[in-house]
Design a binder for this molecule. Structure first.
Ligand code: TRP
Length: 364
């Protein structure tokens, strides 16, 4: 059996650089590596609704935005199946059965859910659907028999929860579900790209994002307004790297080749940092370099997005075909799950056989 990828995003707006380095860029590489026999990429609209129940319009509008971001970033519908979560009801049946294998206390310990609850100021009014979304995410992953889940570090608790469910299910009902592994981005900084304000992770609600679809002018303006070192006033002043968002972004995006192509006075980022710390290097120059570095990545993405934007019916077709294909796979897994749980009453008539055996009768 080949290796299978499942990963996804919540459609609550356009995708940003945090999504890109945290997962999307890596997915495109994995897709093109040829190492995987099946790749599923999920637009997790049902999960997005768990904390946006009163704003279905936002989720609906974001479906095509996210799909366009995928295609723009290099997801190839010939190689990857792009699907919409809510259209695969099998996922919610699985969720329901997995719920019996997880305790409330276990969900309460999930660090990602804890942080999210705090961020959303839910207090005592946490929607049950939101609280239990890690179980639904386990259904997403296991439905496609995923071996590999490429996600950012913030999703590690979800994978842990999924692995526990798989372990529990298999030990109670027999070997049925595939045990998935997380695949983290190579560099730590790719997992937790801060927002342009440097305060927290890039997040739409904090307004600190650079979007994959941002026009070049917006990217430039966002970089120019990035937080640097407030004590670095004159060019000659020594500057700090720690907490300086421009350098954090260079850590995430700049390669030695970028220096060769765009800033040949320096060999690499270490040399640039050293100069900044010594004094004599102005923020304007570093910001200009960062803008150019980001453009080498965002330019081609923006171009592909513009192309796909003129072919929206085709994009919808990609989603419809992907969802149909994914549904077949999820249905197969659900069938295995129900058989393992002995609730496949009408599949092979074991219900009738069981009755006759129990009552010592012979069937007719
Ligand atoms: N929780 C993920 C996020 O917030 C989205 C997601 C839903 C997902 N189902 C998934 C990711 C399954 C990986 C696997 O971005």
């Amino acid at each position: 059996m080949g290796k299978i990828i499942l990963t996804g995003d919540r459609p609550t707006g356009r995708l940003h650089l945090g999504h890109y380095v945290g997962s999307l860029r890596g997915r495109v590489e994995l897709q093109n590596s040829g190492d995987f026999s099946e790749i599923y990429i999920m637009i997790a609209d049902a999960q997005a609704l768990t904390d946006n129940a009163e704003d279905p319009g936002k989720i609906r509008e974001s479906i095509l935005e996210v799909a366009l971001d995928y295609l723009a970033a290099g997801i190839d519908p010939e190689k990857s199946v792009v699907l919409i979560q809510s259209q695969i009801s099998e996922l919610f049946e699985l969720t329901c059965y997995y719920m019996n294998l997880v305790t409330v206390a276990r969900l309460e310990r999930n660090p990602t859910v804890k942080t999210e609850i705090k961020m959303r100021a839910f207090d005592q009014s946490i929607p049950v659907g939101f609280f239990t979304y890690p179980i639904s995410q386990a259904a997403d992953i296991t439905a496609f028999q995923a071996t590999t889940v490429p996600v950012g570090e913030d999703q590690a608790p979800m994978l842990e929860q999924t692995r526990e469910i798989v372990h529990k299910f298999n030990s109670v009902y027999g070997d049925t579900l595939v045990m998935p592994d997380i695949l983290l981005p190579e560099k730590k900084i790719w997992s937790r790209l801060p927002g342009t304000d440097g305060k927290a992770k890039m997040s739409k609600s904090l307004g600190n994002c650079i979007y994959l679809s941002d026009p070049a002018e917006d990217v430039k303006q966002k970089v120019n307004s990035m937080y640097t070192d407030p004590d670095h006033i004159r060019v000659s002043d020594p500057g700090k790297i720690e907490g300086n968002v421009v350098f954090t972004y260079l850590d995430a995006f700049a390669s030695d080749q970028h220096f060769v192509d765009l800033l040949p006075e320096y060999n690499n980022l270490a040399e640039l940092k050293e100069h900044y710390q010594r004094g004599g290097l102005g923020d304007v120059k570093v910001k200009k370099f960062l803008t150019q570095v980001l453009e080498t990545e965002l330019g081609p993405i923006r171009e592909r997005r513009n192309e796909w934007q003129g072919r929206i019916p085709e994009v919808v077709g990609v989603l419809e075909a992907g969802t149909a294909k994914a549904r077949i796979k999820a249905a197969k897994t659900l069938q295995h799950v129900k058989a393992a749980m002995q609730i496949d009453y009408f599949d092979q008539s074991p219900l009738i056989e069981g009755f006759f055996n129990l009552n010592n009768l012979s069937g007719c």
